[in-house]
Design a protein around this ligand. Structure first.
Ligand SMILES: Nc1ncnc2c1ncn2[C@@H]1O[C@H](COP(=O)(O)OP(=O)(O)OP(=O)(O)O)[C@@H](O)[C@H]1O
Ligand SMILES: [Mg+2]
Length: 504
């Protein structure tokens, strides 16, 4: 490893009004180093990254690249110094080719477009070769699997001569096998001397791919070291503190309830949507957590949308509480006691401009109207408890959701549906971006709802989560349910085997 730091940030601080969200952070990364940046939701990780991309200017501190001090708060300056960032949500133009995306937004350097195209193609091919990435330059981005799209983003960064690659939760939407592919790409980048900063709440990923780790808590860097020198429990303790670390270690020790309390709440019989999913049959019982796992793209999300009435099925029968029904709209599903925590909080779940409390009561807003006016006081008192239960940070009901960290936004989304006291709760990847401590809290809340008799259907690709929270586990492969297990009668290996059967 190169001893000289490629990037050297000293004394970085950021305050919003009187709120300090980043305090005196010293942060360095060397060429060929993969540095993990970890910490609870709201710890300040993304804030640090945003300063390094120039998206925001720090209140205090300096950043040097190769010993040269940079002008902060300028994205152009950062790009020119070789810093690039890959986010969880893609910034690509889906209707354009890989090649066009790689060079998107760049000024043509020649007067004649054609020559430029040739040169771009040559440059791109060189990059592919140098970094051992295989991808069809002429494919439309929209046709590529998510993991390939991540590679396009990486190529785009490399084409800008990035030597420092920041990755803020890059694997949120990737299946386990794709995470491994992305890690292989990251390792080749490392060997060509790129410095990488890797943010993730998935500790397995930290231990799999990172050399060093920086831990943040409450806006400060509280610990640094080699990944090889730290154990998983001690890392968790550093991130969330003693008490929560204990809670999250306990997360798996709940009583399982195969078949719940015995009453069928929802029954799917041969549900089919042509070209999407087919012949899906299962019963969902009151008082159970039923997880559907599988690869990303196995059509689980589409299936949930049909149950919820935001999409239709072609054939088969759905019974809710013994009645044959097919919801014509989400509104109808909601009035029948169904809640749906969607996977993409930005697109469909939250109103980012509205406050925490308004989002929390969104699904139940009618209760808080009086003569056309919103009863603000009642909203605040009704949401205070939820904010505490979910440990939403900051616990300020009037804070706009857009100002919350990613994981805290996810908690607001969950709280919004819990407030409905749903009889049926559908959740799609409920803890993507949520830290280990908050995960344990969310699992406890789901168990409590289950124990009160709710029928809970979870779609999750996080196998650790699936093994932890499920009473029963179903495996979906290319739109079909290939197996349903009682969770205490199956093993992780068996589930992985069934999911993997898909790949062949
Ligand atoms: N524009 C803003 N105004 C006020 N507060 C903000 C603003 N942007 C971020 N914050 C606050 O800064 C703190 C740190 O947020 P940051 O996004 O850096 O957390 P994070 O470590 O990335 O968390 P997560 O794991 O949930 O993504 C949070 O408390 C957040 O509410
Ligand atoms: Mg973040």
């Amino acid at each position: 490893m190169n001893e000289a730091h490629l990037i050297d940030a000293q004394g970085l601080g950021k305050t919003y009004g009187s709120l300090a969200v980043l305090i005196d952070a010293n942060f360095t990364v060397s060429a060929g180093e993969i540095r993990a940046l970890v910490g609870s939701n709201g710890a300040g990780k993304s804030t640090l990254i945003k300063i390094l991309t120039g998206a925001i200017a720090p209140t205090t501190g300096t950043v040097k690249v190769d010993g040269k001090e940079l002008v902060l708060g300028s994205p152009t300056e950062m790009i020119n110094s070789g810093i690039a960032c890959i986010y969880q949500h893609s910034n690509l133009a889906p209707a354009m080719t890989v090649l066009d995306n790689i060079f998107l937004g760049r000024q043509p350097t020649k007067r004649f477009g054609l020559l430029d195209r040739k040169r771009q193609r040559r440059e791109a091919e060189e990059l592919l070769q140098r970094h051992a990435i295989q991808i069809d330059l002429d494919a439309l981005v929209s046709t590529l699997p998510t993991v390939k799209q991540k590679e396009v983003e990486i190529l785009k960064a490399l084409a800008l001569n990035a030597r420092i690659l920041l990755m803020d939760e890059p694997t949120g939407w990737l299946a386990a096998s794709d995470v491994a592919k992305l890690h292989a790409t990251i390792r080749t980048l490392k060997s060509s001397g790129v410095a990488i900063v890797y943010i993730s709440h998935m500790l397995d990923e930290i231990f799999a791919v990172c050399d060093t780790v920086t831990v943040m808590r409450d806006g400060r860097i509280i610990s640094e070291g080699k990944v090889a020198d730290i154990t998983r429990p001690s890392l968790v303790k550093l991130m969330v503190g003693e008490k929560l670390a204990k809670d999250s270690a306990q997360a798996g020790k709940f009583k399982r309830m195969a078949r719940g309390t015995g009453k069928v709440r929802l029954s799917a019989n041969g549900l089919t949507k042509r070209g999407v999913f087919s012949d899906i049959s299962f019963d969902l019982f009151a008082g159970e957590i039923f997880c559907i796992t599988g690869l990303i793209g196995s059509k689980r999300t589409e299936f949930l949308h049909t149950l919820f009435g935001s999409d239709r099925f072609d054939s088969g029968e759905l019974k809710v509480d013994g009645k044959v029904i097919s919801f014509k709209s989400p509104t109808q599903a909601i009035s029948n006691g169904m809640g749906f925590v969607t996977e993409d909080r930005h697109r469909e779940g939250l109103m980012l401009g509205l406050s925490i409390s308004n989002n929390l009561v969104m699904a139940t807003l009618r209760k808080f109207h009086k003569f056309g006016l919103l009863k603000r006081k009642e909203i605040y008192s009704a949401t205070g408890e939820m904010i505490t239960d979910l440990n939403i940070q900051p616990p300020d009901p009037i804070k706009p959701v857009r100002l919350l960290s990613g994981g805290n936004q996810q908690k607001v989304l969950l709280g919004k549906w819990l407030n409905l006291k749903p009889k049926f709760l559908l959740l799609d990847e409920p803890t993507v971006g949520v830290d280990v401590g908050a995960k344990a809290e969310i699992y406890a809340i789901l168990r409590a709802e289950r124990d009160k008799g709710a029928a809970i259907l979870v779609v999750s690709s996080d196998l650790e989560e699936v093994m932890t929270i499920s009473d029963r586990i179903a495996v979906m492969v290319s739109g079909r349910l290939v197996a349903i297990h009682d969770a205490d009668k199956t093993t992780l290996a068996e589930i992985i085997g069934e999911i993997g059967g898909a790949a062949r």
